[in-house]
Design a protein around this ligand. Sequence first.
Ligand SMILES: *Cc1c(COP(=O)(O)O)cnc(C)c1O
Length: 378
Amino acid sequence: MKLDTKIIHGGVFGDPHTGAVSVPIYQVSTYKQVRVNEHKGYEYSRTGNPTREALEKLIADLENGVRGFAFASGMAAIHTVLSLFHQGDHIIVGDDVYGGTFRIVEQVMRNHGIQYTFVDTSDLAQVESAITFNTKAILMETPTNPLLKVTDIRALSSLCQQNDLLLIVDNTFLTPYWQNPLDHGADIVVHSATKYLGGHSDVVAGLVVVNDQQLGERIHFLQNAIGGVLGPQDSWLLIRGIKTLGLRMKQHESNAMTIAHWLVEHPKVKKTYYPGLSSHPGHQLAARQARGFGGIISFDVGSRQAVDRLLENVRYFILAESLGAVESLISTPPRMTHASIPAERREELGITDGLVRISVGLEDVEDLIGDLSNALDF
Ligand SMILES: *Cc1c(COP(=O)(O)O)cnc(C)c1O
């Protein structure tokens, strides 16, 4: 089955009982048992719900994994995965991961006795030298947020195999439409499905996929034990969003590519970060391990004042956190998504005060360029 077909026919198709072509919303908490512990596969909706299960099968199919899990948010998904580890374990984390990931690691999991080292995962030598006797996993994003650095998943996966570590990849930015980390040797894929998978700024959700049944059992145990599951209504919304994932991702990318090339030429733009540009340091690698470059662009306009002028004068780009929606969004990472990272650390990472990140939506690209052009010249 080709990818565009799998998006429509993967997972569970419709409802076998009625022929409905859309999976029903099973708005239910508990299920009748015939006798004690004798039931039809469902006993309580935290443990399993048919609508959520349809979504979980779909994402497992799209990521070429064996088992998927749906959570109430991307952070709930990440929290559940991090709960695989114990006091005294050490985890290597990408140094420009999503701000919320940085926060849960620094301010929640660290208090539970789990140790972390932040490294630039695009530099294999740095990763290798961070491995210690108690290292259990590597958690990374590629491309990263907001600087769009690209990490070689296969190279990191070999390193993980040699050292008996789990490789966890946050695939939110590219989605399974453009990139399948499990195919390159990752053990666990996590998603904030709030972004491209949902795609319409109307649902908060997280997903996890594994390609090993035993690991799947452990994640299922944690999903049920911790309980941060996605409700049936939101599961259904996500299934609906995913049906147009292919169409959307293609258009996001086409618009982003046009805008990135335009930004590079703009005199007020100091630097443009987009893996689809041949000038981007990760371009070759991105082209090799993914089928597309995505719809996120970061660029530097030089100062906080210039950022404010731009943000105040755009019309179609909506000033908002988040990304991956049909509408174009604009933000300034140092004061928004990455504000929880200390200032000196941000400076080290290159998340400068003049940095702007856009999530290119599905509007007409000429309108989007006109909008940026106006606001930059203001
Ligand atoms: C948004 C995001 C998250 C967190 O997901 P929520 O759904 O907001 O909880 C995690 N990772 C990445 C890369 C994200 O963009």
